[in-house]
Ligand binder design. Structure first.
Ligand code: F6P
Length: 319
């Protein structure tokens, strides 16, 4: 293999740039040419492709977002769209592709692999919702952004003796909410993977209030519904003064943490090694701090599990 491509797809995540940098530098280190494809699979269809050099990824490791831009392409889901994408790959002589993104991006990677273009997936999403890897690129940074917000909200919650509902991202997954709730000392963590009775949430708040606790923080994962609905229901059930904050896309931005930069560098470089070793249709990941690779088909079929020990602990610590 003498020429490879790299693209980012789906929702961006802090650390994607560090992963692109690792792909580009590792490939050049191995005497391989690298082409950057802008705007994800849509850019591939449209031929938005440029050769990358060592300097193309200079001053990038610390930047949030993705220098290659990202998109969710409907056209690529069609046979014709993929045909156009393959014509571009042929035109540029790109023999293998590295795709940084979430499960939607991996479905695209799998399709191209099946059509003869070896692809390797690199898990990049703040949601941490991919099976086969303990962590995805961007999760740690988003988590730290949430913690910073919780700490600030806690200040005003204390001053005004209020209950705060904080809605965090995660699509259908509760990892961000769970880790943020545990590290932010939340009273309750409401996530799609665990169905907690609403009455338990209310009772915990009431118990705390009776003990003299004047403010509370409740983390709601967007996957269980609207933070505003929970706010209304909680205020009605407890009569405690309640406010709601939806953190939104602020969670997707910002300079990646050291941990995300290291993860992105390791996974990006490993993706290049995997392609050069002749692997295809694989996702590189990290398990127990060791680099692993798994069939994308398996990863897509498996459901990501939340860490039950952490959930139990969070409940024990917020009695
Ligand atoms: O997958 C990342 C994510 O930020 C999810 O947490 C969220 O549900 C979704 O993307 C938001 O997507 P968009 O940026 O298209 O609104």
């Amino acid at each position: 293999m003498k020429r490879i491509g790299v693209l980012t797809s789906g929702g961006d995540a802090p650390g994607m740039n560090a992963a692109i940098r690792a792909v580009v530098r590792k490939a050049i280190f191995q005497d391989i040419e690298v082409f950057g494809i802008k705007n994800g699979f849509q850019g591939l269809i449209e031929g938005n492709i440029e050769q990358m050099e060592i300097g193309s990824v200079g001053d990038m490791i610390q930047r949030g977002g993705t220098m290659l831009l990202s998109a969710r392409s409907e056209e690529f889901k069609t046979e014709e769209g993929r045909q156009k994408a393959m014509e571009q790959l042929n035109k540029y002589g790109i023999e293998g592709l590295i795709i940084i993104g979430g499960d939607g991006s991996f479905r695209g990677a799998q399709k191209l692999t099946e059509q003869g273009y070896p692809c390797i997936g690199v898990p990049g999403t703040i949601d941490n919702d991919i099976a086969g890897t303990d962590f995805t690129i961007g999760f740690d940074t988003a988590l730290n952004t949430i913690i910073e917000a919780i700490d600030k909200i806690r200040d005003t919650a204390t001053s005004h003796e209020r209950t705060y509902i904080i809605e965090v991202m995660g699509r259908d997954a509760g990892d961000l909410a769970l880790w943020a709730g545990l590290s932010g000392g939340a009273e309750s963590i409401i996530i799609p993977e665990k169905k907690e009775d609403f009455s338990d949430i209310v009772n915990r708040l009431k118990r705390g209030h009776e003990r003299g606790k004047k403010h509370s923080i409740i983390i709601v994962a967007e996957g269980v519904g609207s933070g505003f609905d929970y706010g209304d229901r909680i205020q009605e059930a407890t009569s405690l003064e309640t406010r709601v904050t939806v953190l939104g896309h602020i969670q997707r931005g910002g300079s990646p943490t050291a941990s995300d930069r290291v993860l992105a560098s390791r996974l990006g470089a490993n993706a290049v090694e995997s392609l050069l070793a002749g692997k295809a249709g694989k996702m590189v990941g990290i398990q127990n701090n060791q680099l692993v690779d798994r069939d994308i088909l398996e990863v897509l079929a498996e459901e990501h599990q939340i860490n039950n020990d952490l959930y139990r602990l969070s409940q024990e610590l917020s009695i």
